[in-house]
Design a protein around this ligand. Sequence first.
Ligand code: HEM
Length: 327
Amino acid sequence: MGVAPWVALVLTLITVSLFHLLLIRLKEHRRRRHCKMVFLPPGSMGLPLIGETIEFFTRSPSLDLLPFFKQRLQRYGRIFKTNLVGKDLIVSLDPELNNYLFQQEEKAFQIWFPESFMRILGDENLVLSSGSFHKNIRNMILRVFGPENLRLVLLHDVQGAVKRSLNSWLEMPSIELKPAISSVWTSQLSFKQAPASINKALQELEVIHESLRLANIAPVLFRKAKQDVHIKGIIYSCYTIPEGWTVMVCLSAVHLNPTAYEDPCVFNPWRWKSGVQDISEPVGGSKDFIAFGSGLRFCVGADFAKLQTAVFLHFFVTNYRYSSITD
Ligand code: HEM
């Protein structure tokens, strides 16, 4: 056999290999292009101008997930789009996506607040800062509100403030509580019958965690996409959170998730006891407990807030008699 057939064979092999490589690259490119197509999550943008704002602000006296979220969860799943107060949003009721958003802080996502809230905060504040400046200010604040200073300095001040505040209640004919708070409160009253138990529960912060789970002061958090982000979808294999869009994280969907919490609407501090349910202790935020946020933006006042609540409950339960007035 001469040289020519060998050359032809080698050339054929090279051509086939190159063709094969090209096919793989083409397939990969098609897959990526398919994923890069903007498939927004399912959902409705509602009426022109007002979107779905009216449904969103319809309140519910129950501790359960608001009907706005519940209905859309059933219709579209844990991630859906909507329009509230004139703004297009992607809503996340999904612990995995929330976790991803918190991990991607200052990378693919950044903190965002509505314009009206920003005006209250002003231009120079911790929540709007980022990078090393944010880190330094956080550390400075944590020196004031961290465990050491709380124990040595602030505990005394908090005790004084709580006593003064509770004493001022004595002069009032009654105290009005918001419906959701009132439900938690009524459940807490039942602990009056078991003072030894409540002391123990207070000590271990289980009552506080359970109250925060059911009635949190921050119902939603926002993150803005700094780039197109592709996430796993249900209706399409992949949804896109387009650059510039805002994701609204609904905290109660996480805290009332029946797969994480048995009988989620029941006030049951004992669930936080290790070994009762498989819930991790919410120190620093966990996938299933985000009352104080998570990641880089985890609330710097978390320990201070828990201390205030613990001192308040302690003085209230041990020094006062109270009864509920039903109408
Ligand atoms: C029960 C009471 C409180 C709750 C439920 C709460 C909740 C939260 C949440 C959810 C975040 C995260 C926001 C986000 O990721 O978008 C946050 C951040 C923050 N909280 Fe709180 N908070 C409470 C009390 C306090 C107190 C008492 C202080 C002041 C000492 C405080 C100061 C802050 C600050 C400065 C941030 C921003 C942290 C950062 O951007 O690095 N919070 N809080």
